[in-house]
Design a protein around this ligand. Structure first.
Ligand SMILES: O=C(O)CCC(=O)C(=O)O
Length: 317
């Protein structure tokens, strides 16, 4: 059983945009989850990118990675009940309730990803904004909480996640996604200038070096990245999940949202009417999502989109 996440962690989360709860999962629960992960990963082989991915609810049938070889030949029925329950752990849900301010936060995605030596895991600092059609909004009801649970001890050599305190990250472009090629494509004539990202952000990185069972809780707005996996052996298994207000259909990468940075999606959204956009989850013109700040951010994300319907909508109370 996990313990309630303390007020100190909550205060830290509000101050920095992230907090780390060490050994959140421990004892028998940790042992059971790690056993299930062993079984699950034993039926997959890391691919050329040296990672394996399974989607929630976990189990053999949910293997998603292209790396998975011979699924039809695997005669195994792996149930990962302990692990599946951790995605919606009651204390995690309590935390989500507090930061999002709704009674029933929605878990919008969950997956297990294991990294192995050989993959290109060093990422630029980014916000996970390909998990939304728009840009983050500073307001609890628009909050998007993300969580990584580390199931192996994470050392310097196992590609630790790094995070940057929100105060240090202020001023970085709101549309800073993880894929700079995407950004260049999407900015078209105005190629993305990575130097616009101040090098001091990298000096402000905090490495998440933790024992197995620990959880990193961070906001959609928090800059972070995966780093180089330097160890010649070993593995880093992590479950990833995110929570949001159930009313905010534009947040979360399930369904079409998985393709938010796909040029085809950008083209579709740009040419669609506001009603058509809302039919696939985009905020409606009368949504309280729209503020002067989000209008600017979304206009930056979709330079060709006519933003006037959103500008002229009655401003939310
Ligand atoms: O694996 C990690 O530590 C970070 C991964 C990440 O930030 C990403 O895939 O966007």
């Amino acid at each position: 059983m996990t313990q309630a996440i303390s007020d100190t962690h909550l205060a830290e989360y509000h101050k920095h945009g992230y907090t780390v709860v060490e050994r959140f999962f421990s004892g028998d629960q940790l042992t059971r989850c790690r056993d299930e992960i062993e079984q699950l990963l034993a039926v997959s082989e890391p691919d050329e990118r040296s990672h394996v991915e399974h989607t929630f609810p976990l189990g053999v049938a949910s293997v998603m990675s292209r790396s998975f070889k011979g699924i039809s030949a695997v005669d195994k029925d792996i149930h990962t009940d302990a692990l599946n329950a951790t995605f919606v752990d009651e204390h995690l849900l309590d935390f989500a309730r507090q930061v999002i301010g709704v009674e029933h936060p929605l878990m919008v995605f969950g997956y297990l990803r294991a990294k192995y030596p050989g993959g290109a895991f060093d990422q630029p600092l980014h916000r996970d904004i390909d998990n939304t059609y728009v840009v983050p909004r500073e307001d609890p009801r628009h909050h998007h909480l993300q969580a990584f649970v580390y199931w192996d001890d994470v050392t310097e050599e196992l590609g630790p996640t790094t995070v940057v305190s929100e105060a240090a990250g202020k001023g970085a472009p709101p549309v800073l996604g993880r894929d700079r090629d995407h950004l260049s494509r999407f900015f078209g004539a105005r190629p993305f200038d990575d130097n616009a990202l101040r090098p001091d952000l990298y000096d402000a990185e905090h490495k998440v070096l933790v024992p197995a069972g620990s959880v990193l809780l961070y906001s959609m707005n928090t800059l972070h990245r995966g780093t180089h996996f330097a160890a010649p052996h070993g593995r880093r298994a992590v479950t990833h999940m995110a929570f949001r207000n159930p009313a905010n259909n534009w947040q979360g990468i399930d369904g079409y949202g998985r393709r938010t940075f796909d040029p085809l999606m950008v083209r579709f959204l740009t040419g669609a009417t506001p009603q058509q956009r809302t039919a696939i989850g985009f905020p409606s013109v009368d949504s309280d999502y729209w503020t002067a700040e989000t209008l600017l951010g979304v206009a930056e994300r979709y330079p060709e989109m006519d933003m006037s319907p959103y500008r002229t909508a009655p401003s939310p109370a």
